[in-house]
Design a protein around this ligand. Structure first.
Ligand code: FMN
Length: 366
């Protein structure tokens, strides 16, 4: 952890630190004296007091709508639902008519109350305090509404979806392997943005062995995306993908056998006999075990990735030393070298080792 004094704090550093505080996302709205609606995306919203009911938020003095809020008497805090990212982006830019086509009703003092939100608060502005390059508005809550929709969250400069910390006892019993604990999966997911950076901004994928075989449960998009299409819950081929090969190499054969047999049958080249296809796959698995890494070079674009790709995957282990998840990366072939010893696969292996060490500690605590 680095510690900076006020004078030494750089704006970017401060942004990073503030970004570590997870918030919701709101659109704050008002109506000016001429009846024109104004609104902006804001995450500076905070509750202040229950009795009397008070809330605050702060606005940059540079924002276009500053005069409308500074001069206005009312505002509404619209707490966005997790499917309202488009609306958030629209209200985070100045100009244009932000309200065109947006369903809303009039709240206290005529302030626009947006439809489809998680909740909203209609407020009377009771104070405005100077706060550096922002003004802090204190509002008394007059009217509220709550839809029960899941709210959108914001963390580290990115939109997030909040989940409950524990899902309760899981009864999923899979043949011969321990289901991955929710805590372990979350722990790994939380580490992925930093790992994407370490491997050189390639898309990461986290896999588990589900009841239909290797299943991608999470994609970590990178700044150099391989695709715009990242379906979680995607069951992948056990023999032709790095995720599948990693599981087949490191899970007990009894767990993977049926899935592998079916997949090989499906993908057998005409003219190739079963035994030699099997021998080829066994040789692939032997190499995966030796290198602790699976690699697939796809020279043709696929349905998922419209460009030729290079992918690597490796195993993550639980406290008992059994493979629990796969960690992979995939990138367009021109961005990721297929070299087994390249910087990116080495970084992936290092990251996986670190995660397995952490999962072992996590397992010991559970
Ligand atoms: C997640 C998020 C949170 C934001 N929070 C605030 C905030 O609290 N206060 C603020 O003044 N601007 C905030 N902004 C920036 C404004 O939304 C942005 O400057 C917008 O263009 C202002 O609109 P206007 O210029 O039409 O007033 C935030 C933007 C995003 C994406």
């Amino acid at each position: 952890m680095t510690i900076g004094t006020t004078s030494a704090i750089e704006k970017r550093e401060l942004r990073n630190v503030l970004g570590a505080f997870t918030t919701g996302v709101t659109i704050i709205t008002t109506r000016d004296s001429e009846g024109k609606a104004h609104g902006l995306t804001a995450n500076s919203f905070s509750s202040v007091s229950l009795d009397p009911p008070l809330v605050l938020w702060s606005q940059s003095v540079g924002s276009t709508s500053f005069c409308a809020f500074n001069g206005g008497e009312h505002f509404a805090i619209n707490i966005l639902a997790d499917d309202q990212i488009g609306l958030s982006n629209r209200f985070a830019k100045s100009g244009a008519d932000k309200f065109a086509g947006v369903a809303c009703t009039d709240g206290v003092g005529g302030v626009p109350v947006l439809a489809g939100t998680a909740a909203h608060l209609e407020c009377t502005k009771i104070a405005a305090y100077p706060g550096g390059d922002h003004v802090v508005y204190l509002g008394r809550v007059e009217r509220i509404g709550c839809s029960g929709r899941r709210p959108l969250a914001f963390y580290g400069g990115r939109y997030m979806v909040p989940y409950a910390h524990e899902l309760g006892p899981m009864s999923l019993v899979l043949s011969g392997i321990e289901p991955v604990s929710v805590a372990a999966q979350r722990h790994v997911q939380a580490a992925l943005p930093a790992i994407a950076e370490e491997v050189g901004q390639h898309t990461l994928l986290l896999g588990v062995w589900g009841n239909h075989g290797p299943t991608v449960v999470h994609w970590e998009p990178s700044k150099r995306p391989v695709s715009r299409f990242f379906p979680p819950g995607l069951v992948v081929s056990p023999t032709r993908t790095t995720t599948g090969q990693a599981f087949c190499a490191f899970l007990p054969e009894s767990v993977t056998r049926e899935f592998v047999a079916e997949d090989l049958r499906q993908w057998r080249d005409p003219g190739e006999d079963e035994a030699s296809q099997r021998a080829r796959f066994d040789a692939t698995l032997a190499e995966v075990r030796e290198r602790k890494l699976a690699r697939v070079v796809d020279k043709e674009p696929s349905v998922l990735h419209r460009v030729p790709t290079v992918a690597f995957s490796t195993a993550l282990y639980d406290a008992a030393g059994a493979m629990s998840m796969s960690l992979g990366m995939v990138a367009p072939a021109h961005q990721l070298s297929a070299d087994w010893n390249g910087a990116a696969p080495r970084a992936l292996l290092r990251a996986a080792q670190g995660l397995s060490d952490q999962l072992a500690t996590l397992g010991a605590k559970e």
